[in-house]
Design a protein around this ligand. Structure first.
Ligand SMILES: [Mn+2]
Length: 487
């Protein structure tokens, strides 16, 4: 076949393929109106005569020809709805005028490219970004180099300092690496101010560069969820709770940590969640003491407690739910003693997710209860004793990030935050051996409302007796058997 014919054939195939795109994809993503309104809110918060600049997340390599599944930077997604890499957004505090007209934002995106799209999927392109995302001033990335805005006129150029893991696709002058390099030139950026030694007076940094404000600006916006966000976030949390419910029914001592993880993630996808919001944690026995244990490699759970910290990501919003359950369906005396302390601590903490209360209060309440409980069991000697049986906090926001940004020191209406006390007693700890290898964390996602706290993950049982009851129910996985491949 002649080359031209081949190319024609490919383009023909691509055009058919492309026209079929977008026909049957989820329709409950955030709307373009949501993103537009969020940019407007940001604009209101920007200092006078400033510009905020946002870059898409880098593509990260897994190995050789394979990249990790692309995940957009949450700030970028929040403001644009754009899910592709290699893009830059500029939001101006006031209208800008030049020969092309008046604008208060500019958006540079990946160019459409039939060949590239055949390999890696549909691209919106500039036209698509106009139509689907509601931007007025959208350009292909390769035009960014020609942007003629004089950045020296702004009092502040606000952006997040550059990550140093951005790979250069040398054949592409509109990849993220090139966009960043072009931007650095435009704003006379040398390196981060903090990295310049005081002794080096030759390095001049434009004085209007501000890489610090962006965190608080975006946190102020993102910490309180809109109605649309709450719908998606609630769905992510309920899906995750359902994963916990199904594993409670399915769990057996012969199962591996990997299989347990698979059951959770199967439930997520069955409900249409795209991903997990973070690597799933399934730790049996002593493995539960590793706070971010993601190997999940133990082959038999036996009679251990199994700590399962997982969250479905639904339309970008991620849950963060933890349950700890006995693999054999019944808490031992020691397991129950530890579990019930954590439960009581969590209950008392949740009650304090109240508008106006300090966000630090529930953690203090929970810690007091945990310490008193540990004294009662003789694991520590006094409530003031320094110990390592619980080394983490209880409370963080969730949203587009599993650790979503927050700015307010007190609870505000429509915040969603976790409440997650724990007790972890690794083997070899300075206490009676009977406690060794017991690790408990209970984590729920709490919505702050005018009428008090609402536990969005309440559908997954938390009380030890209720967990045991749920574990007696028949599982859909009981009849799910596969051929033995080892024979
Ligand atoms: Mn958490």
């Amino acid at each position: 076949m002649k080359k031209a014919t081949t190319l024609f054939g490919i383009l023909f195939f691509v055009s058919i393929f492309m026209s079929a795109q977008g026909k049957d994809t989820p329709t409950d993503y955030l709307s373009k109106e949501f993103h537009k309104e969020r940019r407007q809110e940001l604009r209101k918060k920007l200092p006078k005569n400033s510009v905020a600049v946002f870059f898409a997340n880098p593509v990260r390599n897994r190995a050789n020809d394979v990249d990790f599944v692309y995940h957009q930077d949450p700030n970028f997604y929040y403001l644009t709805g754009y899910k592709e890499p290699h893009a830059v957004l500029l939001v101006f505090s006031e209208d800008q005028k030049d020969k092309t007209g008046t604008y208060d934002e500019l958006f540079y995106v990946q160019k459409k490219n039939a060949m590239a799209e055949m390999w890696t999927g549909y691209r919106l392109g500039a036209e698509g970004a106009k139509k689907e995302l509601g931007f007025e001033h959208v350009f292909n990335g390769e035009e960014f180099v020609n942007l003629s805005v004089d950045f020296s006129k702004f009092d502040k150029i606000i952006f997040t300092d550059f990550k140093d893991d951005i790979r250069d696709n040398k054949r592409d002058n509109a990849d993220l690496y090139s966009l960043v390099e072009q931007f650095k030139q435009k704003i006379s950026y040398k390196t981060t101010t903090s990295k310049i030694p005081a002794s080096d007076k030759n390095i001049k940094v434009a004085s209007n560069i501000d890489t610090r404000s962006i965190r608080m600006l975006m946190a102020t916006l993102r910490q309180v969820k809109t109605k649309d966000e709450l719908e998606l976030l609630t769905k992510a949390v309920r899906i995750s709770a359902m994963g916990q419910v199904e594993i409670m029914k399915a769990m057996r001592p012969h199962m591996s940590e990997t299989e347990v993880q698979g059951i959770h993630e199967f439930v997520y996808k069955k409900y249409g969640a795209e991903y997990e919001g973070y690597p799933s944690i399934v730790g049996g026995g002593n493995n539960g003491c590793i706070l971010h244990y993601v190997e999940n490699s133990k082959t038999k759970l036996g009679n251990d407690l199994v700590l399962m910290d997982l969250g479905a990501e639904y339309r970008g919003y991620t849950a963060d739910v933890t349950r700890t359950i006995p693999a054999n369906g019944k808490f031992s005396k020691e397991q129950k003693a530890i579990y019930d302390i954590v439960y009581d601590a969590q209950e008392a903490g949740i009650a304090q997710y109240v508008i106006g209360e300090k966000i630090s209060t529930p953690g203090q309440t929970a810690r007091k209860i945990v310490n008193e409980g540990l004294v009662k069991l003789g694991i520590i000697k006094s409530v003031d004793e320094k110990h390592m049986y619980w080394a983490h906090g209880t409370t963080h926001h969730i949203g587009l990030d599993v650790h979503d940004p927050g700015a307010s020191p007190t609870f505000l209406e429509n915040m969603v935050l976790t409440m997650e006390p724990g007790i972890y007693i690794p083997e070899g700890s300075p206490c009676d051996k009977k406690w060794w290898g017991i690790a408990v964390r209970i984590e729920d996602d709490i919505l702050v409302t005018k009428n008090g706290p609402v536990n969005l993950s309440a559908e997954a049982p938390r009380k030890s007796e209720e967990i045991e009851k749920m574990m007696k129910q028949t599982s859909i996985f009981k009849t799910f058997t596969l051929p033995n491949l080892d024979k």
